[in-house]
Structure formats: C-alpha cells, structure tokens
Design a protein around this ligand. Structure first.
Ligand SMILES: [Zn+2]
Length: 349
C-alpha cells in the first residue's frame, strides 16, 4: 500500500566516515498513514505498529534491508539445541539428520509452550476450576554481594530460590534456603511444592504443573526452554538485585520481596521447618520402572486413584493416555496414606 517507505540516506551518519557510502546504515524507513483529509502523514514506528496491530517481527519481515544487519536474537537454548546446532553445521548426512531433528525439537517446544499458554489463559477465565502453577529454580544467588577485588577469590554462600507462580491470581512464592541447609535435589523441590500447596494457596481442584524438574503432579509439561511465568519473576529479581546489596541471606529476602509490586513476592524461608526425605518413602512404596516417566511430557494423576499414572509422550490429543499402576506389589493405598516421611538432616547446624 506504500505505507512503509525505504529512504536512502544521503548524508554521512558519523564524522568518521570519508564518504557516505562507508556508513553502516544506508537506509532509513519512514511510516505513513492516511489522515482524515485524505493525505498521508508520517508517524513513528510504534504508532504505526499500534494502528495496524502488527508486531515488530511482522513489520520487519517483508522489508528488504540492503545494508542492515541484526544481532542474533537471544534465545533460551537447552543442551539438545546446542548439540544439534553444532551437528547441523556439518556438511554431510549427520548434519542433515541433525537439522531435521532440531526442527522437530523446536516444534515440540512450540507445542509445549502453546499448551502452557492455553492452560494459563483458561485458568484466568472467571469461574474456571483450573490453576496453572509454574515453578523453576532461579540461578544461584550469592551473598554477600560485594564487588571489591578480594571478593573474587573468596567463596560466597550460595542461596537457592525456587519460584512458584500461580497463573490465575498472579501470586508468586519465592522459597529460599542456603547451601548449609540442604542441596537442591528432587527431595527439596518436592518438599517445597508440597509445603506451599498445603498452606492453602488455591482452592481449585484442577491443577496443572509446569516445570523442568520432574515432580509428582497432576500434569507435568516438560520444557527446558524456559519462558514460563516464573522466569519473568526471576528477571524482576535480577533487575532489583543490581540496585540493592545483600550481605546476609535475610537481605536477599528483602531484595526479592520488593522486586515486584501488586502483589509483592511472598518469600518462604525453607530453612525453618526443613525438608522431607520423599525419595526414601517413594522407594519403599512405589515402583516407577514401567511408567517410562523420562519420556513422558504429560502426566495426569486423579486424586481418587492416586497410584495410577496416566502418561502421554506428546501433546497430541490423538494419542491415548497410557495407564500404569505405580504402587509396589504387596502395598496398599492405606500404606501410602499412613506412610511416615522422615525429615532430611540439615547439612550443618
Ligand atoms: Zn532445546
């Protein structure tokens, strides 16, 4: 329609260039829209995008930029991506195979993200009985955050933060502990989620869990390309951390609490009541060998029949749910309900 025009730049962009041709940027783009009088007026890119409701990606897509180059977009990759990316560079059959595998992998990721987005929007509808919980460990936070040169050679105290985000109410719980309390294995993750959920944060019946870590839940969507709600929360914390100093762990609590307003992040100190040894209890009562859990992308558990796992290896609706009973032979549901779970001993008192 001629609304976007490429304009050749005649003048020199920088004083360093002898001729205008040496300038990196040789073209500029002007955006025009019709006004009420039937004429065209020039507008800013953002206004243009708002009027036609287009995204930046779609806007730059059809235009050919002669001498412009863009940075490679920053994307979250996983170890599969990185391995296949390296293999795909080869100019032989291995490279071709890796390319198709990478494509398949990206499609799977896209599918899982789509699923997660759908669950999130569903949970926000009025009267919905769903709640979508996403969780992930934040990158390790170190205290004290001092920057003088001696600190480079001294070891700092690593603090762990498991972020749990509730999509429907937009509440986020930051469960924190430090290395002296415990590690960051399955026991710690499962105990934390159990503790937070048992504190009555949601009354909804249909809960969807999205996380990288394999934890027992009704539905598990595995996605190592983390663009989950909790990752947005972590970005806010990282931003806040740059302007606030933390000397001890409790300072980190303050940094995290005020990283977001309305509602504030709720910090849960996990070092107070400790963690449970859930693995020990699971090993004595459950047998998950036949469940093929490492390949499953969705796991469904019904509270009426908690020992039967329904698994799917894709996000397709066509694929039937595979049913596996994970209760060990000779054990009953009663054993499961009355099981005593021991507390994990703290690493140092
Ligand atoms: Zn990947």
């Amino acid at each position: 329609m001629g609304l976007i025009n490429l304009v050749k730049i005649k003048r020199r962009r920088h004083g360093n260039y002898e001729t205008a041709l040496d300038s990196k940027r040789q073209t500029s783009i002007s955006y025009t829209v019709p006004n009420q009088d039937g004429n065209f007026v020039q507008v800013y890119r953002k206004t243009f995008m708002n009027i036609f409701d287009v995204t930046q990606k779609r806007l730059v897509g059809p235009i050919h930029f002669p001498n412009l180059s863009f940075h490679r977009p920053r994307v979250d990759t996983c170890h599969t991506c990185d391995r296949l990316n390296c293999e795909a560079k080869q100019n032989n059959s291995v490279g071709i195979k890796a390319k198709s595998q990478l494509d398949l992998h990206h499609r799977k990721v896209e599918k899982s993200m789509e699923y997660m987005r759908k669950e999130t929007t569903d949970s926000q509808l009025p009267g919905s009985d769903k709640c979508c919980i996403s969780f992930d460990l934040q990158q390790v936070l170190f205290v004290p955050t001092l920057t003088h040169s001696d600190m480079f050679y001294l070891s700092q105290l690593p603090c762990y933060n498991l972020g749990i985000n509730l999509s429907d109410t937009n509440r986020a719980f930051m469960c924190m502990w430090h290395e002296g309390v415990s590690g960051r294995g399955g026991n710690e993750i499962a105990s934390t989620i159990l503790k937070v959920l048992n504190s009555g944060i949601t009354e909804k019946k249909n809960i969807c869990y999205c996380g990288v870590t394999t934890v027992w839940g009704k539905i598990k969507t595995e996605c190592r390309h983390s663009f989950m709600c909790c990752d947005r929360d972590f970005a806010l914390i990282e931003k806040r951390k740059r302007v606030m100093k933390a000397i001890i762990q409790n300072d980190l609590h303050k940094v995290i609490t005020f990283a977001k307003y309305d509602p504030l992040f709720e910090v849960v100190d996990m070092s107070v009541n400790g963690f449970w040894d859930i693995k020990e209890a699971a090993d004595t009562l459950l047998n998950t060998k036949n469940s093929n859990m490492s390949k499953a992308v969705r796991i469904k558990v019904d509270c009426k029949n908690p020992t039967v796992l329904l698994t799917k290896e894709s996000f397709s609706d066509v694929e039937a749910w595979k049913q596996v009973n994970i209760l060990k032979k000779g054990k009953t549901i009663g054993d499961l309900k009355s099981a005593k779970i021991a507390l994990l001993l703290p690493i140092c008192e």
